[in-house]
Write a protein that binds this ligand. Structure first.
Ligand code: NAX
Length: 321
């Protein structure tokens, strides 16, 4: 039985994610699951309603549910962890303030993971924003866990970019591969149109429109979240939950496929500053063990943008450390 933890269980991403996990979409139709869900004390009672719904789904794989506000208790024996819960940015709040507010959450949760999680097995995916730097904070406070077991989610950006390329090339999303993201999960992220493939051919060879690739495409990916917010009146939730599921499956099941995820940049082959959590093209070598894919080419345009994203992450790190 796998022990899966979701934090921010009363929030909108969790409302989609918890049901996907319990139904078997994460680990397949044979692996039994024990779900532990963390919330702040004020939200635990509304989370109880979600628990009732999970029970009423009669998921055959779901062996038990535990709910609470104490991270050390909820992370007990954790093998798969989705750190979704964090404070949203309130009106007028500066990014620096958000970083500091959420930083406290990830200090506490990093420490609790270090004490309670299954340290040899655990894989942690940070979704709560600003996810790269939150992830850096969490792994810095879990010294007994291999830091490479911590990831920050850039999979939603990858999925959004895949869709944009498919539409432009008038093809199916399944024809797109190697679509990855470099850098920060922020407006400085760099969707890699140079190494992405459309039916096995480089995207910038198939789409011979440099201007579209360097401006409209990148902006469409960067601004997609803002568009969802404008149209729906709420931020992305179901697509974020799906991305979290895709991301975790990529981290758990070895494959030749490339995907993006932000990871501690230590010993990376691209000369990125080593003490930040940076999104790279990765490959899963074995459960929880990733390789940063080496020797990918950057265009001059990408090089400049990737350095800007790196600079932003160094600045975020300096603000919280
Ligand atoms: P919600 O505000 O709906 O839910 C967040 C939940 O977290 C709330 O129920 C809150 O009570 C809980 N929470 C706050 N502090 C907590 C703590 N210390 N321990 C446990 N739970 C705590 O937000 P939702 O839409 O679910 O988004 C969650 C996070 O995902 C946000 O930070 C959001 O910015 C981030 N996102 C990240 C994405 C990514 O691609 N990395 C995309 C989607 C999303 O924007």
């Amino acid at each position: 039985m796998k022990r899966v933890v979701v934090t921010g269980g009363g929030g909108q991403i969790a409302y989609s994610l918890l049901f996907k996990i319990a139904s078997g979409e994460l680990l397949g139709s044979k692996e039994a699951i024990f779900l532990s869900i963390l919330e702040i004390p004020q939200a635990v009672s509304s989370l109880q309603g979600v628990v009732l719904e999970l029970q009423d789904c009669c998921f055959p794989l779901l062996q038990g549910i535990r709910v609470g506000s104490n991270p050390e208790e909820i992370f007990e024996g954790a093998e798969i962890v989705f750190l979704v819960g964090s404070k949203p940015r309130s009106p007028g709040m500066e990014r620096k303030e958000l970083l500091q507010e959420n930083g406290k959450i990830f200090i506490e949760q990093g420490k609790a993971l270090n004490i309670s999680a299954n340290r040899k097995e655990v894989v942690v995916l940070v979704i709560g924003n600003p996810c790269n730097t939150n992830c850096l904070i969490a792994l810095s406070h879990a010294p007994d866990i291999d830091p490479f077991r911590f990831h920050a989610m850039t999979r939603l950006d990858q999925n959004r970019a895949t869709y944009q390329l498919a539409v432009k090339a008038k093809t199916k999303v399944s024809d797109i591969s190697q679509m990855t993201i470099w850098g920060n999960h922020s407006s400085t992220q760099v969707p890699d149109f140079h190494n992405a493939l459309i039916r096995g051919t480089r995207a910038d060879v198939v789409i011979q429109d440099k201007n579209w690739l360097e401006t409209d495409f990148i902006e469409a990916v960067q601004q997609r979240g803002a568009r969802v917010l404008k149209e729906r009146g709420k931020s992305s939730a179901a697509s974020a939950a799906q991305a979290a599921l895709d991301a975790m499956r990529a981290l758990l099941f070895p494959s030749e496929n490339l995907f993006s995820s932000a990871i501690l940049a230590k010993d990376n082959p691209y000369g990125i500053s080593e003490d930040i959590v940076f999104s790279f093209p990765l490959r899963c070598v074995r459960r929880g063990k990733m390789e940063i894919v080496p020797n990918l080419e950057w265009t001059d345009f990408m090089k400049k943008k990737i350095r800007e994203s790196e600079k932003e992450l160094i600045q975020e790190k300096n603000e919280v450390m």
